[in-house]
Design a protein around this ligand. Structure first.
Ligand code: SME
Length: 151
């Protein structure tokens, strides 16, 4: 399934697509491909140190997340994947949905800058496997490789 997802995304995401189309297509493939992904989306850096909701699927997401807040902010600040097995143990977690129990956030890095984060939430505690995290990091690299600063 994980290899198949990467294969599908590699074939769908061509270099001519506007980046928003890249993000929307990626969200669709991930969200419908994995039944434990209950909220799947991107937050994009829209001004210095500020993330704004991008394409997503799932219930209504928070609109603005400064780099100083939340698990998404931690991923953006540290440029490191945040794998949160139980969000209730994480003080900085922002609960956009009360049903969320675990979360993975992966930074999207273009050259050396964070341009977005990929955020996956699950209602299941400790829902994500190492294989899921490896997949999401590969997806982040693929999405970054399709980024054109002018698009
Ligand atoms: N839980 C995130 C906020 C975004 S929602 O999960 C969609 C966070 O702590 O940054």
């Amino acid at each position: 399934m994980h290899d198949q997802t990467m294969k599908e995304l590699r074939s769908l995401l061509d270099t001519e697509m506007p980046w928003v189309s890249v993000l929307a297509t990626t969200v669709c493939v991930l969200h419908h491909g994995f039944s434990h992904f209950h909220w799947t989306g991107f937050y994009c850096v829209t001004s210095p140190e500020m993330l704004t909701i991008g394409p997503y699927q799932g219930s209504h997401g928070c609109i603005w997340i400064p780099f100083s807040r939340g698990v998404c902010g931690a991923a953006a600040r540290s440029k490191k994947t945040q794998w949160v097995r139980d969000v209730h143990t994480r003080e900085d977690h922002i609960a956009c949905s009360s049903s969320t129990n675990s979360e993975v956030v992966v930074p999207i890095i273009f050259e050396t800058e964070v341009i977005a984060v990929l955020d996956i939430d699950s209602d299941i505690v400790d829902a994500f496997s190492q294989q899921d995290v490896v997949l999401l990091e590969s997806v982040a690299e693929l999405v970054s490789s399709r980024y054109r600063p002018s698009s």
